[in-house]
Write a protein that binds this ligand. Structure first.
Ligand code: ADP
Ligand code: MG
Length: 231
């Protein structure tokens, strides 16, 4: 995938001095961010802090930024809305835009990973919100991404469905080990899933810290309380 601004392909994420302004208003101000291969990073920050903008720049969707970006060759994105085409069956949505043979077979395999083999021939309109997001996840997985970009993928789901979807992503990540950039405004979700939490504020990375691997996963309590106050 072509990314502009660009660095040579990089097996993780490397963001250097990325600046993005809209109508003269600077949203991202020389942002630096690294994600190691296979690392799961959660990007937190108040609404409007530029999380989605940064994700779109990393994904090559927004090409209007200045600075340098290095990403791997295979990147896939899941948004808050499933963005499935209602006039295409589920399996066709999963493989939309892909070349090559055995597309249905590949779609069914990816749907199997999210527990939806049985819905391969369904129309998107007949799916629940949770199922539609799992199809969106299958559409990402079928591309065997080295980098998975998730922009609040669980935000529109009810609490129980969200928990199941989070567990699903956790399992898929452990199995396939892509690098992940998860945009969320949910501190608990970030602590549940991520190796590292990055807090965006005032156009820069205001703070970042590793998440402890103990159960329940935690960060130092004072920092956690401080983080909650800032969101
Ligand atoms: P977040 O995802 O953290 O809530 P966004 O990245 O969506 O924030 O937006 C950051 C800021 O940039 C907001 O003030 C938003 O209005 C602005 N913005 C984002 N995209 C555009 C655009 N295409 N045109 C104009 N302003 C935009
Ligand atoms: Mg956003």
């Amino acid at each position: 995938m072509s990314v502009s601004p660009s660095l040579p392909a990089y097996p993780g994420v490397r963001v250097r001095g990325v600046t993005r302004a809209f109508d003269g208003r600077v949203v991202l101000d020389r942002v630096d961010l690294d994600i190691a291969p296979g690392e799961f990073v959660a990007l937190l920050g108040p609404s409007g802090s530029g999380k989605s903008t940064l994700l779109r720049i990393v994904g090559g969707i927004d090409t209007g930024a200045e600075g340098e970006i290095g990403v791997p060759g295979k990147v896939a994105v899941v948004f808050q809305e499933h963005r499935l085409l209602p006039w295409e069956r589920v399996w066709r949505n999963v493989t939309l835009g892909l070349d090559g043979g055995r597309l249905r077979e590949r779609a069914v395999a990816a749907l199997g990973e999210v527990g939806l083999t049985a819905r391969a021939d369904a129309w998107p309109g007949t799916l629940s919100g949770g199922e539609a997001q799992r199809v969106a996840l299958a559409r990402a997985l079928v591309r065997t991404p080295e980098l998975l970009l998730l922009d609040e993928p669980f935000a529109a789901l009810d609490a129980l469905t969200r928990l199941k979807a989070q567990r699903l992503v956790e399992g898929l990540w452990a199995e396939h080990r892509p690098s992940v950039l998860l945009v969320t405004h949910d501190v608990d979700e970030a602590l549940l899933l991520a190796d590292r939490v990055v807090l965006l504020g005032d156009g820069v990375v205001a703070e970042e810290f590793a998440v402890g691997m103990d159960r329940p996963r935690s960060v130092e309590v004072p920092r956690f309380a401080q983080l909650r106050r800032r969101l």
